[in-house]
Write a protein that binds this ligand. Structure first.
Ligand code: FES
Ligand SMILES: [Fe+2]
Length: 355
């Protein structure tokens, strides 16, 4: 169901404050906050005493105090204060705390075996989010009521763009081939087309341009990072001279049928133009919220808890990227489960690349 040994976006950095917040991840109700010393903290949100949600409590320095009877827990989840009687702290008075990292303007959480977290790098390819200059960024967050894999399907699927997104980023690319590349932890789908009519959104960004070259190169890195290099440029001008965007999509499963969806779009053109920023912001809203989200939530309603492959989808040629990503993820989940079942509890070697 979930690949746990991997870094997932928990929150944008600015969401993690001295206040107590809650957010579900992989079906667990989590508490997160920023300790007095500035470090982010995440732990289970259920007090082990009589199960009060801890986010109703109070942060005390680096620790948190439960609102019900006042037990206090430090950032490692240990109960460090029982204000009652002789102050005895039962051994069961402890919470699971989760490894975190803060990077690229996000706080990342590790839901798997804690001992593997330190040696595992963050998802690659995100430096553009905070390192490269000459980019203007627009970002957002949505809670989508759909299994994270349905959103992944959507991101790896070029075929829905000319249909579902006909009023925003779609133009007639139904006959344009899609190039697929597979590795055990990475899948890429790339599509380029030359000398076509611009999509409605590209017309807005490139007024007066009748024909464009357009591209969309999407890459998935396990477990949950999708980044896309996309854009349109006046036909023949080259990618550097058009409306080019680098966008990262980060999916964090909230539950079996809901997903935290973080996205950030960085553009290389019209950097100081507020009208362009607003056009991109409203286009993102149009594409994700008004076009994708309702469809994904409707599919979730239709599918319920059915497994995608068990439901025997009538796959078409353009589903190759979707299927490759689903299969790679499933393989990684199986390997993780096998590793967890072995006594040494070490990760198994990765599968060999398949043609
Ligand atoms: S339920 Fe938290 S201190 Fe009692
Ligand atoms: Fe879409």
């Amino acid at each position: 169901m979930y690949m746990r040994n991997g870094w997932y976006a928990l929150a944008w950095s600015e969401e993690v404050t001295g206040e107590l917040h809650k957010r579900a991840v992989m079906g667990r109700d989590l508490l997160f906050y920023r300790a007095e010393d500035g470090q982010p903290v995440a732990m289970d949100n259920t007090c082990p005493h009589r199960f009060a949600p801890l986010h109703y409590g109070q942060r005390v320095g680096n620790s948190v105090r439960c609102a019900y009877h006042g037990l206090e827990f430090d950032r490692t989840g240990m109960c460090v204060l029982n204000p009652h009687g002789e102050g005895f702290i039962p051994p069961a008075a402890r919470l699971r705390a989760y490894p975190l990292r803060e990077c690229h303007g996000l706080v990342w959480i590790w839901m798997g075996q804690p001992e593997l977290a330190a040696a595992t790098e963050l998802p690659p390819g995100l430096d553009f989010l905070h390192v490269k200059s000459g980019l203007t960024r627009a970002k957002g967050y949505l809670l989508v009521k759909a299994d994270y894999r349905l959103i992944a399907d959507n991101l790896m699927d070029q075929a829905h763009v000319p249909i579902l997104h006909a009023r925003s980023i779609g133009t007639d690319t139904t006959k344009v081939p899609i190039e697929l590349t597979r590795e055990p932890r990475r899948v890429k789908v790339a599509q380029s087309t030359y000398g076509v009519r611009p999509a409605p959104f590209a017309r807005q960004l490139l007024p007066g341009v009748d024909l464009v070259d357009r591209w969309g190169d999407m890459q998935w890195d396990a477990p949950s990072l999708f980044h896309v290099d996309s854009g349109s440029t006046p036909a023949g001008a080259g990618r550097e001279h058009g409306a080019r965007m680098f966008t990262a999509h980060l999916l964090t499963p909230a539950s079996v049928d809901s997903t935290h969806y973080f996205f950030i779009s960085c553009r290389t053109f019209q950097l100081d133009d507020a009208a362009t920023t607003e056009a991109i912001r409203s286009n993102v809203e149009q594409v994700f919220v008004r076009e994708d989200q309702w469809m994904l939530e409707a599919i979730q309603q239709t599918m319920g808890s059915a497994d995608f492959f068990d439901a025997r989808p009538a796959l078409i040629q353009t589903d190759a990227g979707v299927v490759a990503t689903r299969r790679a993820l499933q393989r990684l989940i199986e390997l993780e489960q096998q590793a967890a079942d072995t006594p040494a509890s070490h990760p198994l070697p990765l599968p060999k690349e398949t043609p």
